[in-house]
Write a protein that binds this ligand. Structure first.
Ligand code: NAG
Ligand code: NAG
Ligand code: NAG
Ligand code: NAG
Ligand code: NAG
Length: 413
């Protein structure tokens, strides 16, 4: 009898210990980036790559893809100026961790504000993005400032790498953004112990964030988007539902979306249908990855990229491509397209939540959602349209994204 009681006592003590140290079963570990040994062979390949000679290609500028002059300039910079050691030292100044969730290793940055009322905020990147996209604002978000209504606001910032990207493990074949949302919910509530949190998403990250906003409405208590997991509408489709584009900026954005749909979406079909062919072709080809990824980073951004307030410099492009190449995740990052054939929807219906939603549009983003359209899918409380920046707003216009994210603090309950 006494033994049984003792066993029960021990079991319940263990249970208590377990819930008060929730991360114990997730193997939460600090993480440091160490890819230095892979850099010399990468540079060797960059050096040896033969690009087309004159007479082997048509010099038509950017109309048929990335132009060769840009590619060659980037190569020179990669070989002679870019320094991975400097980048790595900088990246390791952030607090990285890994945790095991449902058999996957999930890498994430976790920067805490130190204020007891800080709002936990998870920032979700897409393709060809990565956790790098949010570094220009990661520490700033932890600082205490005021939202426009005067409420004090600071954040605990969580930036995970999507399964298949960066230092997170590759997901199984049947993995979808619904699964990623579920394990991110576990990351926020069980691994890190937050009761409620806010989400931000762009590109595929907007799919993950929207699922959290819609299906985890007790814990995901605010959402900010700079993209939606829904196909945007052309100006004429918008007219059909009585939404007009009223300013020069909006008309520009509407036309840019039409243009991008016609000339910029080939990659989407290829990555959705034949990711392995593309992956095997470029997995061990840094210059090939630079051409494929670099074209998107350039074309989807503001043409003023690299000049203030943009920090999307050529060095940033090389850092992004280096991360894909050195982590060997080019192929695995493509699967998100293959695994989510319906990841971008067409039905604009309201999320099942009363939590506030905020949205930021950027002039050179590849798709545009006017305010009235965004309002159909959530409890829209804040909408801004910026005339500078593009698809990667964390690097393309960090001050604007920072300011808009701080507005979550005006509404978060
Ligand atoms: C925030 O607002 C409070 C009260 O209105 C003010 O005292 C404080 O200086 C403001 N802080 C910042 C960083 O603006
Ligand atoms: C998905 O794949 C994993 C591992 O390959 C397997 O354990 C799991 O049962 C599969 N899930 C579904 C819904 O098919
Ligand atoms: C658009 O407005 C017209 C005229 O007011 C109205 O007849 C039509 O039903 C509206 N269409 C939609 C989709 O709201
Ligand atoms: C949260 O989602 C559940 C299930 O979809 C729904 O029944 C409930 O009304 C939602 N809560 C709010 C506040 O919308
Ligand atoms: C973020 O903080 C750094 C360091 O204080 C500062 O240099 C930078 O301008 C800030 N970024 C933004 C977007 O405000």
């Amino acid at each position: 009898m006494a033994q049984v009681l003792l066993a029960i006592l021990i079991a319940s003590l263990l249970a208590v210990a377990h819930s008060s140290i929730p991360s114990a079963c997730f193997n939460l570990q600090p993480f440091y980036i160490e890819l230095s040994s892979k850099v010399p062979p990468m540079l060797q390949k960059i050096q040896e790559t033969r690009v087309p000679n004159k007479g082997e290609y048509l010099d038509v500028g950017r109309t048929a893809g990335i132009d060769l002059q840009t590619l060659e300039q980037l190569r020179n910079q990669w070989l002679h100026e870019f320094n991975w050691e400097t980048e790595q030292a900088y990246l390791n100044m952030f607090k990285h961790f890994t945790a095991e969730i449902e058999g996957l290793t999930i890498h994430f940055i976790h920067e805490k504000s130190g204020y007891p009322d800080a709002i936990p905020l998870i920032l979700n990147h897409g393709w060809p993005g990565s956790f790098l996209e949010f570094l220009p604002i990661a520490k700033n978000l932890t600082e205490r400032t005021n939202a426009s209504n005067g409420r004090a606001v600071s954040y605990d910032v969580i930036i995970p790498s999507i399964p298949g990207f960066g230092f997170s493990s590759m997901p199984p074949a049947n993995w979808t953004t619904v699964d990623t949302a579920r394990i991110y919910s576990i990351l926020m509530t069980k691994v890190l112990g937050y009761d409620t949190f806010a989400v931000h998403g762009t590109d595929w990250g907007s799919s993950i964030s929207y699922i959290l906003y819609d299906a985890y409405n007790a814990t995901a208590r605010a959402a900010h988007f700079s993209f939606l997991p829904l196909f945007a509408l052309t100006p004429s489709q918008l007219l059909d539902i009585n939404i007009t584009l009223d300013t020069d900026l909006e008309r520009f954005e509407g036309e840019r979306y039409v243009e991008w749909s016609n000339t910029g979406e080939g990659f989407f079909a290829e990555q959705s249908t034949k990711p392995n062919t593309l992956g095997f072709a470029l997995q061990d080809h840094p210059m090939g990855q630079l051409a494929w990824i670099g074209e998107k980073l350039i074309d989807w951004s503001d043409p003023r990229a690299g000049t203030a307030p943009s920090v999307l410099t050529t060095n940033e492009i090389l850092r992004s491509v280096s991360l894909y190449y050195l982590t060997g995740t080019f192929t695995s990052s493509l699967y998100i397209y293959h695994q989510n054939p319906h990841g971008f929807g067409t039905e604009y219906i309201k999320a099942r939540t009363d939590a506030p939603m905020l949205f930021s549009a950027f002039k050179y983003n590849v798709a545009f959602w006017p305010q009235k359209l965004v309002a159909k899918v959530g409890n829209l409380v804040y909408y801004r349209n910026h005339d500078f920046g593009g698809h990667f707003s964390g690097v393309d216009n960090p001050p604007a994204l920072l300011q808009d994210l701080r507005e979550i603090g005006a509404y978060f309950k």
